[in-house]
Design a binder for this molecule. Structure first.
Ligand code: ADP
Length: 613
């Protein structure tokens, strides 16, 4: 026998040590048979030590055969170097951390189950991926920097919006890459967030890309997370709206009209400054519908205005509303206004907004009233004039008939007196008889002229096409003797056919031509020019002569009945011609006037309105 006490003691000691280590442990000899299998190994691999000791590992744990585990064991045996690795054992689908050491031609294995750790790592990985997915999928651009401004994250949208690839940016200093933003609000705001630990949100224009960004930066343990998006389009619209509103403001200031803008959806009415002037006090500028009619609208009109407005809004097609009504100014004055509004509708036809203006038409209404009053007055005057004219006509009638009769008697008895007692009377008496006869003759002429004048322009004639050339030819034939006696020359300029009233036109032209011949200079043959000018709305006829002319002082006087500038010894006549002509011309709505220089000649003008087509 042998004393194996010390050997036994150390072997037991080894057993004790091996059994006490908390890691699972087993050992294999050079034939892959188990030489050791500790308690923890029993627990983890669910096999009894008695079952496996002396047995081959690839038989007892067949699922491991041919896997990375076998390869690793063989490698350790071959190289004599230990190995550590993680291994998923197909036999129980568990993860193990395995440490393999070479020992006595075989291997010693320490291992532990790392399912929990794996699970946590997996979850971590999953959470990480999830976070990344979120960061990638959010519509916003996103990046993160650490406390030294080194970029740690840069999502796809950030790549797109800022035009920088992730690879080119990760790990770099933000302000080195975006040096152009150092002067801008971005720099200030991010630093503020980082310094104070408070979130910042702001909008800022980035000139390098000509873009507006809406930015939120969240400081955290690692540094700063920044979310941002391109809001250039919205900003542009905002600016446009702002400008449009500004324009609207300016218009409301510039116009004297009271401008209003009613948002039917929000039920807010905005009123411009014009309202203050309209009502004479500072009206509320922003109000709700229920307060619309609190100002001084005329109580008699207000219901009708409300109803008509409601009706216009309810109809799905009405685009315009207009209403005249009265309001009461602060000073008590009643004002008439016209209120006009454009109705803006949505696709369904619902009114969503109305913009309008109130115009004070009090003065216009007053003016219209005055005009109407004036018209009434004019009508009365015309009536009175008609009566006066009628009376004149009657007077002329009486004059022509009743006065002519006694006149004729005077003339005939004067004739008889002359004939029968001529020889018995002395020369003086005969001369008196002659004066009396002459006076009676003149009186007769005056009566006839008066009658003609009272009739002139009273009759209605049809509008005809008149050949002025023919009219002048007819005149020449009529006054043939006179024309050849006085060697009269009549010229025409631009004469053509025009629409006019034949009889009064003929009479007027004859009168003017007669005068042009009559009032010629002694020894100078009359030279007359008749010309026609187209004045768009009317024709203008001119009869020009080279006669004695008229002093400017008498330009008006000569058109008055019985007004003459000469006695009948120098020039025969009664002073009726131009008065009649004036009446004729005015009867068709024309005008007649004269331009003249004494000793040089005269030009008589008159107009004929063109018919309105
Ligand atoms: P009457 O010729 O019978 O006197 P009118 O009414 O025709 O009456 O003319 C009024 C006055 O106007 C004339 O007396 C004359 O003094 C002046 N008159 C008219 N036509 C001419 C003319 N062409 N040239 C100069 N004077 C004229």
């Amino acid at each position: 026998f042998q004393d194996i006490n010390s050997m036994k003691t150390s072997s037991l000691k080894i057993q004790e040590i091996l059994g006490s280590i908390s890691d699972a442990f087993y050992a294999l000899d050079h034939r892959w048979n188990f030489t050791y299998f500790n308690k923890e190994a029993e627990n983890l691999l669910k096999r009894k030590r008695s079952e496996v000791l002396g047995k081959n590992i690839w038989k007892e744990f067949a699922p491991a055969k041919g896997t990375s585990l076998e390869k690793a064991y063989r490698k350790v045996v071959k190289t004599g170097k230990p190995l550590s690795f993680e291994y998923l054992y197909p036999g129980d689908d568990s993860w193990y951390e395995i440490n393999v050491y070479p020992s006595g031609g075989g291997v010693s294995i320490y291992f532990k189950n790392i399912d929990e750790r794996k699970k946590v790592a997996f979850k971590l990985q999953q959470a990480y991926e999830e976070k990344n997915n979120i960061l990638e999928s959010i519509g916003d651009a996103f990046f993160a920097v650490d406390k030294d401004w080194i970029v740690t994250y840069w999502n796809k949208e950030a790549e797109k919006v800022l035009g920088r690839k992730r690879e080119a940016i990760l790990g770099k200093n933000l302000w080195e890459i975006f040096a152009d933003a150092v002067e801008l609000d971005f720099y200030k705001q991010y630093h503020l967030a980082m310094k104070t630990g408070n979130t910042v949100s702001f909008e800022e224009y980035y000139p390098t890309l000509s873009k507006w960004f809406e930015v939120s930066a969240y400081p955290n343990e690692e540094g700063l997370s920044v979310y941002f998006k391109d809001v250039s389009l919205r900003k542009e619209i905002d600016i446009q709206i702002l400008q449009a509103n500004e324009r609207f403001e300016k218009v409301t200031q510039a116009t004297t009209d009271a401008i209003w803008d009613w948002d039917l959806e929000q039920n807010i009415l905005y009123r411009g400054n014009g309202f203050d002037k309209l009502f004479g006090y500072n009206v509320t500028k922003n109000l709700k519908k229920k307060d619309f009619w609190h100002d001084k609208f005329h109580p008699e009109d207000i219901e009708e205005v409300k109803n008509s407005l409601d009706e216009a809004i309810k109809s799905s097609s009405e685009e315009f509303w207009r209403k005249e009504y009265r309001i009461i100014h602060q000073n008590g004055d009643l004002k008439t206004v016209v209120d006009k509004g454009v109705i803006i509708r949505d696709a369904k036809g619902n009114a969503i907004r109305m913009v309008g203006a109130i115009t004070d038409i009090t003065d216009r209404i007053k003016y219209e009233q005055e005009l109407q009053d004036l018209n009434e007055l004019l009508k009365v005057n015309i009536r009175e004039l008609e009566i006066t004219n009628e009376q004149l006509e009657q007077f002329a009638f009486i004059a022509s008939h009743d006065l002519q009769e006694p006149l004729r008697m005077i003339t005939s008895f004067l004739n008889q007196l002359e004939r029968k007692y001529k020889d018995q009377l002395d020369e003086k008496a005969n001369q008196y008889i002659h004066f009396a006869t002459d006076g009676a003759k003149r009186m007769k002429q005056i009566i006839l002229d008066l009658l003609e004048y009272s009739r002139a322009g009273r009759e209605q004639y049809p509008l005809e096409e008149i050949d002025l050339n023919q009219l002048i030819k007819d005149y020449k034939i009529l006054r043939n003797t006179l024309i050849s006696e006085k060697k009269v020359v009549i010229q025409t300029k631009n004469i053509k056919k025009i629409k006019a009233f034949s009889a009064p036109l003929t009479q007027t032209l004859h009168n003017l031509l007669d005068n042009a011949i009559k009032y010629s200079k002694k020894g100078t043959p009359p030279k007359i020019t008749i010309s026609l000018t187209d004045k768009k709305s009317h024709w203008q006829l001119k009869v020009e002569d080279n006669g004695i002319g008229i002093d400017e002082r008498f330009f008006d006087k000569i058109f008055v009945i019985f007004q003459r500038l000469h006695n009948k010894e120098d020039f025969d006549g009664t002073g009726i011609g131009l008065a009649v002509s004036k009446k004729q011309v005015e009867s068709w709505g024309g005008k007649i006037w004269v331009k003249s220089k004494p000793g040089k000649g005269s030009a008589f003008y008159f107009t004929i309105n063109k018919p309105i087509l």
